[in-house]
Structures are given as structure tokens and as C-alpha cells.
Design a protein around this ligand. Structure first.
Ligand code: SAH
Length: 254
């Protein structure tokens, strides 16, 4: 059995109870060494074999899984954050399907959420944005043309950008050319939830300058939108005294 497990965004105690249990029982762990906190590996038993996938190809990863399966061992494939974001899990699952190797998937705390926690942000403030666009700049991995930064920026929704910290001058230019005001609030969160986390609030126009000033070139998320400074928003209906819900009688019904 292969367990895909989200390791969380950095702090080792952010792994789920289920993920931790799988790690404790694992005979083989394949972890994404570039971003998973190695502290988590201390949970594994002494006999556990550990592989760093940062140094492996897809074929090599699957080979380790197949070998383990042949011996009836339990494997944990430990991905950073939650594997559903830029985790390259689909291709592994498809190859496992081909070999009829069973697997399951335990979610984790994505850096999407880790970064919000670093800044105490709510991405979806009433009357500001009720939508989060999760995207990235095209790098060696292309992004479909219909998802260009310019096109996405036209919505004025909250945006969270992965894998884009090395391209900030271009990101700012493209956000602005998509209609984002240059003074739109933005944030850079480096290594959210790690002990060396750093976070900076700036604007869309000075993203690159802010990152450069603090020597941030990778392992960061870029957050764009008025929710970053939350200067104007409506309070939620859910907790409005005047609002009746399934669970509470509001003054509107009295
Ligand atoms: N599956 C992961 C994302 C993997 S892609 C998740 O859910 O978080 C790798 C990118 O994620 C990095 O380039 C960076 O943009 C972002 N990232 C991962 N961990 C991060 C962290 N702790 N703080 C800020 N950004 C992080």
C-alpha cells in the first residue's frame, strides 16, 4: 500500500494525525527533500528506509514503490503542503494504477493556508473578494494561455501565486497590464510556518524590490488583493445579529 501524505507547509506539528500515524508505521518513505521539513522523518521507525525524491526521477520513485509493494511493505510518499497543489501526484497515481498498486491520499496544510496564517489573513472577505485564484507564472512548466496572469487579474479577485518568486518584475508588469492597480496590496510570505518564516506587505508595483531587499528568491508565496490590508469590508452575514440561520434566530425574524 502506498500512502500519499501532505506534510504541511513547514512546522512539523502541522501534519495531520492520520499522516503522522502513516509515517510512524511506514517501512519506506519517499519525501520531497527540497521542501518537506526533515524533522518529520524523526517520526519514522528505525528500520524505515528513506529516499529523497528531489534527487530521483518519476521512474525511480515508482521503482522504489513497486519494490516495496513486492515485499509487502508500507510506503509513505510525503509531499510538501497538500499534494493537490503542484504536487505531481497524478502521474504517480496513473503509473501505480497501471501496476495495480493500491494507494490512498491524506491531505495536508498547504502553504496556501500556511501563508494566510502567517499574516492572519482571510482570503475571502465579504464585499472585497469571494474568490481565490491559485496560479503561478509560467516557468519551465507552461501555463495554458487562457490562464495568463493578465486574464486572471481582470477579475480583481484574491490571487495566490506559487512558484513565481523568481519572476517578480514580470509578474507585477503582467498584473498591472491585466488591470490591477499598481498600489494594490500584496504580500510575500517566505517559508510560511517554518522557524525562519518571513513576511512582508507591499504593493503590486514593489513586489520585486521588496523581495530583493530581503533576499527572497524562492520558497515564497505571493498574495495579491485588497484582503491583504483589509481596510474596507462588510462583516459576515453568518454572525450578523439581524440574520437568521439554520442554527440561530436573528432579529430579522423576531
Ligand atoms: N504542494 C505545495 C506546493 C508545492 S509547489 C503546497 O501545498 O504548499 C512549491 C511552491 O510552493 C514553492 O515554490 C512556493 O511558491 C510554495 N511554497 C511551498 N512551501 C511554502 C512555504 N512554507 N511558504 C511559502 N511558500 C511555500
Amino acid at each position: 500500500m502506498i500512502h500519499f501524505v501532505g506534510a504541511g507547509s513547514g512546522a512539523p506539528d502541522l501534519i495531520t494525525l492520520r499522516g503522522a500515524e502513516y509515517l510512524r508505521k511506514a517501512d519506506v518513505v519517499i519525501y520531497a527533500g527540497s521542501l518537506v521539513n526533515p524533522e518529520l522523518l524523526r517520526m519514522t521507525k528505525e528500520s524505515c528506509t528513506i529516499h529523497d525524491s528531489a534527487k530521483m526521477t518519476l521512474v525511480e520513485v515508482i521503482r522504489v514503490m513497486r519494490e516495496a509493494e513486492k515485499q509487502g511493505l508500507t510506503t509513505v510518499r510525503l509531499h510538501t503542503g497538500d499534494p493537490c497543489f503542484y504536487g505531481a501526484i497524478r502521474e504517480q497515481m496513473d503509473l501505480l494504477d497501471e501496476s495495480a498498486i493500491p494507494y490512498d491520499y491524506t491531505p495536508g496544510v498547504s502553504s496556501l493556508c500556511g501563508a494566510a496564517s502567517a499574516l492572519n489573513l482571510e482570503y475571502t472577505l465579504p464585499d472585497v473578494s469571494q474568490t481565490v485564484i491559485i496560479t503561478r507564472m509560467a516557468g519551465r512548466t507552461p501555463v495554458p494561455e487562457k490562464e495568463s496572469i493578465e486574464a486572471l487579474a481582470t477579475h480583481g479577485a484574491t490571487m495566490v501565486l506559487f512558484l513565481s518568486t523568481g519572476m517578480l518584475p514580470e509578474l507585477s508588469r503582467r498584473l498591472i497590464s491585466g488591470g490591477c492597480a499598481p498600489d494594490t496590496p500584496a504580500a510575500i510570505v517566505y517559508k510560511a510556518t517554518w522557524p525562519d518564516e518571513e513576511k512582508y506587505i507591499c504593493t503590486v508595483s514593489d513586489l520585486a524590490q521588496t523581495a530583493e531587499q530581503h533576499h527572497i528568491t524562492k520558497t515564497a508565496l505571493i498574495i495579491v488583493g485588497d484582503i491583504v490590508t483589509h481596510s474596507h469590508y462588510d462583516r459576515s452575514k453568518l454572525y450578523d445579529p439581524g440574520f437568521t440561520t439554520e442554527f440561530r434566530m436573528g432579529t430579522d425574524k423576531k
